[in-house]
Write a protein that binds this ligand. Structure first.
Ligand code: DGJ
Length: 734
């Protein structure tokens, strides 16, 4: 199927994926109008959706002459400028050499190309010529000569369209970009809800759903990171949409820095969404002939509700965004020493944990914070990526060798973007951190941000880290980032370019990560930012997994992992079994339940395994074997949220189904047991109606139809926080 069609007669662009249509039209006066995005409409061109009236206080551009029905203020458009009497949220703003800041963008040309466009130094989906096509539509501001090349990456099989904008200064004088959003989307005549994912440290990606108001609603971060507080992924959907029904649009920003997702319902009831780098503290000086590329946005649509949308996004991210070889192959089950020791360890303590880990059946020992510099607490040492031999006597290569001698892989924690004032790096190069001249600095966890927009800084830090990786044969890296970007000023940039620093910082981080993954293609790379402070599609381009939250309490994790699942594959969520009472909440939860929750993620352990009872060690070993069996479902299966992790939920249940529907796992937690309880039924989904499935635990046999229509009762032993686990496979049994 030709995914991108341009009709020369009607001037309509029709992007077609397997289940969706996206249409635009070069309208009067060469304004690029947005016609439609949603369920496939066959070969119809839905031009009739442009309905114009003479509306009061909706001005008309001069080229409309005496046509008072043509107003940019109400027309659905693809990407808008500024100062042209469209007063709604917009895409692009630029100040010209004469101080004026208007832009009137008009269609100039387009190209349809095989394969997927690429963005310089930025994460983005990738695709072969068989998988993807690119549409580039060039809009031009005729007064300044500025061009906005709108890029559309079309993945027909994935039902995904990506967008980005390449802004080019074709004028003769420099231009200062003030706002350069990656995509805008108009929804002519259609009320919608927004679902967004807010939170805080240790409580990331909680869900909120509200009808889009007539006011501007903004989901955003100005913290220099995508943030714990707001995630750069939102869903727009019908008011009635639920897990299985209704039109849902997913908007995932492939970027890990400041962002803004603005929505506005205009005066005649049409929602508009614009998403991109936050204009706060942003400007970009564009010399004549130069180009600025925005980060990418992934758009997807499903008419099969929120569940259908999530499954589309999960597939797309797994197949054409994550590059790691681990994306769909077994990952080592790890033990991380952070909650076991914090900063208080020596080489024998670490070796002891690794030894027990091996006996239990784990594959990878991860040495977390505290192994370098003079790092005995979080006040010192960041920036000195040389082993702390007071703590690890004999050196790190020797310890790594001993651990490898057990038959385990060796992994390491690093925090390359940061520096402690009490460090050799800071003493030698105090000017290498971000710092506003003449102002006292703010500290976050006692640390400062290195100015990683500077190549010499990046080269120094990564050079040190590469030496350690090489010397120790490190096979896993956890990259942490424990403060928001602050003191935003770079000693290297001239005053007129200080508005570029947030974005240049992010480009610097991406460059460092690219160096890491290209130098060590077999490394298992886990991202982290004080838990899930940078859980975004941008980071998934570099690492197949991200530590989901510093909150390891299995019950709190239900909500965090539930929220995360809307936009991100389950196999990307770092999840560990930790000790009870839990270090963040003091809560005690049965071992099996902790394992059930961690198995809806990357599965690992984060506790002092030496302190487990013999019984718990057996449970841990059994769970590693169980995880190995269900790991293909987690990595490649379809995911269904069967009951939500919402306020007041009595149970939270999810399900994986293999793509061939031969296997399923229904798992979850019964949160509360009461005496004389009502019986709740759970209704699995996505199964083969005709087939028979046998529950590996109970031996019971059900037809797919019976499971899906008659349901199965949720029953659990006495006590709160009881595990739910039904692993079923197709069988030929009677
Ligand atoms: C925050 C991370 O999320 C934790 O897992 C741990 O690595 C600490 N930082 C170490 O400082």
């Amino acid at each position: 199927m030709n995914a991108i069609i341009f009709n020369e007669d009607t001037k309509v662009f029709h992007i077609r994926t397997e289940h969706t249509s996206y249409q635009m039209m070069i309208g009067k006066h060469d304004v690029l109008l947005h016609l439609y995005y949603g369920a496939a409409v066959g070969d119809s061109e839905v031009t009739w959706r442009i309905v114009t009236f003479d509306r009061g206080f909706a001005a008309n551009p001069y080229d409309a002459g005496d046509d008072r029905t043509f107003s940019l203020d109400v027309l659905p458009q693809e990407y808008t400028g500024y100062g042209n009497a469209d007063y709604r949220v917009n895409g692009l703003e630029a100040v010209h050499a004469d101080g004026s800041d208007a832009l009137y963008l008009k269609y100039e040309s387009h190209r349809i190309l095989p394969g997927k466009y690429k963005l310089e130094g930025l994460p983005a989906m990738y695709g072969t010529d068989e998988e993807a096509q690119t549409l580039e539509i060039t809009l031009r501001d005729h007064v300044s000569g500025l061009r906005a090349h709108l890029l559309y990456g079309v993945f027909p099989k994935l039902d995904v369209i990506t967008r980005a904008v390449r802004v080019e200064n074709n004028g003769e004088t420099p231009i200062k970009l003030k706002k350069a959003m990656s995509a805008q989307l108009d929804f002519p005549h259609r009320p919608l809800d927004i679902i967004h994912f807010y939170g805080r440290h240790a409580q990331e990606r909680l869900t909120e759903r509200i009808p889009l108001p007539h006011a501007i609603h903004s989901v955003e971060s100005k913290r220099g990171a995508s943030s714990h507080q707001h995630n750069p992924f939102v869903i727009l959907c019908d008011h009635a949409a639920d897990e299985t029904h209704g039109d849902c649009y997913g908007v995932s920003f492939v970027y890990s820095g400041n962002f803004k997702c603005e929505t506005e319902v205009d005066q005649v009831g049409q929602p508009r969404m614009a998403i991109g780098i936050h204009p706060y503290h942003f400007s970009w000086r564009l010399e004549p002939g130069k180009v600025f590329e925005t980060p990418e946005v992934i758009l997807s649509f499903s008419e099969e509700g929120l569940g259908g949308l999530s499954r589309r996004l999960h597939d797309a991210i797994r197949s054409n965004l994550i590059r790691s070889r681990y994306v769909d192959s077994p990952r080592p089950v790890l033990v991380n020493n952070w909650e076991a020791t914090y900063f208080g360890f020596d080489e024998e303590k670490l070796y002891g944990i690794a030894k027990t880990a091996r006996e239990i059946g784990l594959d990878l020992f991860v040495l977390d914070d505290g192994w370098f510099g003079k790092r005995d607490s979080d006040t010192t040492g960041l920036g000195d990526w040389v082993v702390n031999e007071d703590k690890i006597q004999g050196g790190l290569p020797a310890l790594a060798e001993r651990i490898r001698g057990l038959g385990m892989k060796f992994g390491l924690w690093v925090e390359p973007e940061m520096v402690s004032e009490d460090s050799d790096l800071y003493r030698t190069h105090p000017d290498w951190c971000l710092r506003i001249p003449g102002r006292p600095m703010n500290r976050g966890r006692f640390q400062l941000n290195l100015d990683v927009s500077r190549k010499e800084v990046r080269d120094h830090v990564m050079g040190q880290i590469f030496q350690v990786i090489d010397a120790c044969g490190v096979e896993y890296i956890k990259w942490d980032c424990n403060r928001s970007v602050g003191n935003v000023y770079s000693a290297e940039l001239p005053p007129e370019r200080q508005g570029e620093i947030y974005h240049r910082y992010m480009l610097g981080v991406y460059d460092m990560m690219e160096q890491l993954v290209s130098r060590y293609p077999n490394l298992l790379f886990e991202n982290c930012s004080g838990g899930g402070g940078r859980f975004d599609a941008g980071m998934l381009y570099y690492s197949p997994q991200i530590w989901c939250s510093d909150n390891t309490d299995a019950i709190d994790r239900l909500k965090i992992q539930y929220g995360t699942s809307f936009g991100y594959p389950i196999s990307t969520m770092g999840a560990h079994v930790s000790v009870c009472p839990n270090h963040q909440t003091g809560r005690t939860v049965p071992f099996d339940t902790r394992a059930v929750v961690a198995s809806a993620g990357t599965f690992g352990f984060e506790l002092d395994l030496q302190k487990l009872s013999e019984e718990e060690k057996k449970q841990a070993s059994a769970w590693i074997r169980t995880y190995r069996k269900i790991e293909p479902l987690v990595q490649k299966g379809d995911y269904y949220r069967l009951s939500p992790a919402a306020e007041g939920s009595r149970h939270v249940v999810w399900q994986f189904v293999s793509k061939d529907r031969s296997e399923t796992l229904i798992a979850g937690v019964l949160l509360e047991n009461i005496s004389n309880p009502r019986v709740h039924l759970i209704f699995p989904k996505g199964l083969d109606e005709e087939a028979k499935y046998q529950d590996e635990g109970t031996g019971a046999v059900y037809t797919g139809a019976a499971l899906m229509h008659a349901g199965i009762p949720l029953v659990a032993p006495m006590g709160d926080y009881q595990p739910i686990w039904h692993h079923m496979k197709k069988c030929e049994c009677d």
